[in-house]
Design a protein around this ligand. Sequence first.
Ligand SMILES: CCCCCC(=O)SCCNC(=O)CCNC(=O)[C@H](O)C(C)(C)COP(=O)(O)OP(=O)(O)OC[C@H]1O[C@@H](n2cnc3c(N)ncnc32)[C@H](O)[C@@H]1OP(=O)(O)O
Length: 339
Amino acid sequence: MEEKGDGSSGLTNNCDLPEDSGSLKSPDEESSENSAAQYNGDLKSVLVTSVLNLEELDVDLYRGTHHWVPRSQRLFGGQIVGQALVAAAKSVSDNLYAHSLHCYFVRAGDPKVPVLYQVDRTRDGRSFTVRSVKAIQHGQPILICQASFHKLQPSPLQHQFTMPVVPPPEDLLTVEELIHIYLSKPDLAEKSKQGLNKLLANEVPIEIKPVHPPHFYRLAAADPKKLFWVRARGYIGEGNIKLHCCVAAYVSDFAFLGTALLPYPNYRAQFSASLDHAMWFHNTFRSDEWMLYECESPWAGGSRGLVQGRLWRRDGVLAASCSQEGVLRVKPVTEPSKL
Ligand SMILES: CCCCCC(=O)SCCNC(=O)CCNC(=O)[C@H](O)C(C)(C)COP(=O)(O)OP(=O)(O)OC[C@H]1O[C@@H](n2cnc3c(N)ncnc32)[C@H](O)[C@@H]1OP(=O)(O)O
């Protein structure tokens, strides 16, 4: 461990969460709109214009819609957590910052209908404020979430682990670029090509650069650890800290549970889904800037796997920590490699 400045000196909080896409513009952002359009080669992130842009139906009642749906045809857990945190944050004051959330995914989300978010104002304290959010479809909860917010309170106690030393994102390829390299292999089997093309067609609103490029049809067992740079696609802009936490909640569930499968190349997941998800936010960060996601799985057993992750700002400041347990029902791989 090392002593570290907390990087929070510039803590600002334009806390308004998106009501509509226009409400995201702070005066600073207005003035830099042209450069924003160029930001990481994209327009405003669909995560803020659509996914996390909840419709207010009544007091503490919101409706969220879907953007990207995984092949499992159940709603992406990160989307539900991110939207639940948006709903919770709308009822807390500007001087409070999300510091943690704890969720259970109790039913599979149905991609054919929107999700309702019902917020209970559990407690408003002098330092901490707690919200409980129920995500509902077909009259039943699909997620229960507790989110806690804290006033900024400086302390002499400050430490964090050290960020792993890895190549910068500029030196690495995106998942899409890696897939194109695989697709250019002349002896690639047709079925593998189809699988990779399906991956390319995924409209995931986040960008990923693996530190160790994956073997898409991996053959060797690996330690249950992975490192990748990740950021929201498109521009979000600085200032709205709560919104960046909501985006990070979305991002943090992506490819997370798969860490627990890395030691078992001879098994493939027949059924996998996250059961719970917890996050702690430590410092300010920009979710539209590259962050290093360090994932590891300390344990698997009993058809479940535990994964833990740390999201690092590229300047080495620990932005957030995550934990998740998932159900992992596997079956042996019987077919030879398709490569
Ligand atoms: C790529 C990105 C993905 C990232 C990860 C995510 O975001 S995942 C998305 C977020 N997380 C989720 O959606 C999880 C939501 N929670 C749930 O769906 C549920 O809590 C749960 C399925 C985990 C609970 O499991 P239960 O086994 O209690 O549920 P249930 O009894 O309804 O069974 C669900 C299905 O599993 C089967 N099943 C149940 N027990 C089984 C067992 N021991 N061995 C084999 N199969 C079993 C059932 O027959 C049923 O199949 P049939 O259905 O065939 O009848």
